[in-house]
Design a protein around this ligand. Structure first.
Ligand code: 5GP
Length: 120
């Protein structure tokens, strides 16, 4: 899948759509999900144009990957969920239920996140 520069998160990165920012550095932006599923629900995105985790893993620089990984951990600590626990989710593609085609990790916490996925 090629990157769509008009996806919602690309527009947030360009400042065309507002967000409730919780973290930003040269490589990474994080903001509250517009429809939170738990008391803490933050989205962490790389600033580069990557569609999914596999796209990011294949094309991002070592520096981008390190910055993103470190930012996710830092944000979890800053949000106060590192002690009580949290879940990271990275949906990809149709079967993964990805709605926004710019790579992102959900950090969910502040309450029990529940079972991983229901069996089918
Ligand atoms: P996905 O299903 O792609 O993993 O998750 C996309 C997430 O983006 C959803 O949880 C949805 O609520 C969130 N979202 C969609 N549009 C916006 C928006 O304009 N602003 C923010 N902050 N979150 C959004």
């Amino acid at each position: 899948m090629s990157y769509d520069p008009n996806n919602i998160f690309a527009r947030i990165l360009r400042g065309e759509i507002p967000c409730k920012k919780v973290f930003e550095n040269e490589q990474v932006l994080a903001f509250h999900d517009i429809a939170p599923k738990r008391p803490v629900h933050v989205l962490v995105i790389p600033k580069g144009a990557y569609v999914s985790h596999d796209d990011f893993a294949a094309k991002a620089t070592e520096a981008e990957i390190a910055a993103f990984t470190r930012a996710v951990g830092q944000i979890a600590r800053d949000l106060g969920v590192a002690e009580s626990g949290y879940r990271l989710i990275a949906n990809a593609g149709v079967n993964g239920g990805q709605e926004v085609p710019h790579y992102h990790v959900h950090i969910l916490g502040g309450a029990n996140v529940g079972p991983m996925v229901s069996a089918k």
